[in-house]
Design a protein around this ligand. Structure first.
Ligand code: ASP
Length: 323
């Protein structure tokens, strides 16, 4: 009997450090878009560039979180590195709409306060994700669009740029190709980040140029709270990427949280079901990144690949793009 109690005590004691090591005090997960990301399409040289940029984005968020900063600051810092990079479909490098213009969408949500902010269809704001945060922090609204959003960004003293700032040859070539084929498939990566800070607060941020050859004025899931972005300290933080119409119709980001709360699913069960079963059965392509309040990570996608990475106080950084 004594022996049994001792064995039990010993096994409990041995699992404590393990559990502590497994549960990170802070965590950050990022994505740079889901799509036709395959070794055949991404040259080795490009692969190196993507890996370096994803690591840079993780490092930016890690600096914030390791220093005791907030999940929101970390998510935005990571997203801004990718917005500034022409490699991704957000900020510089955003895809072109059917009229040959860049129209950008972004959103953020704070899991602690439940507050959210978004901008849609903006054309001159250098960092749409920062504008989204200002909408959350400094306006009475959740979403501002087009010229109203741009006027607000100006009032807030955010940096405005000429629309040509967002131009990259690569996105233009993609636009011309798609235009020629009159096909709406071309896609490169939206960006997003979800973070958990030392205080146990979650935050999510997403920024995109939308889908190549989208109709002028089309708004995707990325700026829609509950579709492309969601965060709640009770459950998880989520940022999505993929064919936005499907993500809006299925309230994907919110559904991850709802399944966890209502069905008692883990973050991975909820996210995997939505991406690999629900959306897939409808023909909706894409993926998401999700992080729960205990630092558990899920990054499912039903496309050939998705740019993604994570770093936590316990492990990483690690970046991947293929299956
Ligand atoms: N979800 C974005 C949109 O539909 C695009 C993407 O993630 O690739 O606007």
């Amino acid at each position: 009997m004594k022996h049994l109690a001792l064995t039990l005590l010993l096994s409990i004691l041995m699992t404590i450090p393990q559990a502590m090591a497994q549960q990170p005090v802070w965590a950050l997960v990022i994505h740079g878009g889901a799509g036709n990301v395959t070794p055949g399409r991404i040259t080795p040289d490009k692969q190196v560039q993507y890996e370096a940029k994803l690591l840079e984005a993780l490092a930016a968020g890690q600096n914030v979180l390791a220093g005791g900063g907030t999940a929101m600051d970390a998510a935005i810092a990571a997203v801004q590195i990718m917005e500034e990079s022409p490699l991704f479909n957000s900020g510089k490098g955003a895809v072109f709409n059917a009229d040959g213009k860049n129209e950008l969408d972004a959103s953020v949500m704070d899991g602690r306060t439940g507050k959210a902010g978004a901008v849609a269809g903006v054309t001159v704001i250098r960092s749409p994700v920062e504008a989204a945060r200002r909408v959350m922090d400094s306006s009475a609204h959740v979403m501002l669009s087009g010229r109203g959003a741009e006027a607000f960004a100006r009032e807030q003293g955010l940096e405005l740029v000429e629309p040509s700032y967002f131009y990259t040859d690569e996105s233009w070539q993609e636009y011309m190709k798609v235009k020629e084929r009159l096909e709406k498939e071309g896609r490169k990566g939206t960006v997003g980040a979800v973070a958990l800070d030392k205080e146990g607060n979650l935050a999510a941020a997403t920024s995109t140029g939308g889908m190549t050859f989208k109709k002028y004025g089309r708004i995707g899931d990325s700026p829609v709270i509950g579709a492309g972005t969601y965060a709640s300290n009770e459950s998880c933080a989520v940022s999505c990427t993929g064919h936005g119409e499907y993500f809006i119709r299925n309230s994907v980001a919110y559904d991850v949280s709802a399944r966890m709360l209502y069905l008692g699913e883990t973050v991975d069960q909820a996210a995997t079901y939505i991406i690999n079963e629900k959306l897939k059965s409808q023909g909706g392509t894409g993926g998401l990144i999700a992080l729960d309040k205990n630092g558990n990570i899920s990054t499912p996608f039903n496309t050939p690949g998705m740019f993604r990475g994570f770093v936590t106080s316990a492990s990483g950084p690690e970046v991947k793009m293929f299956r």
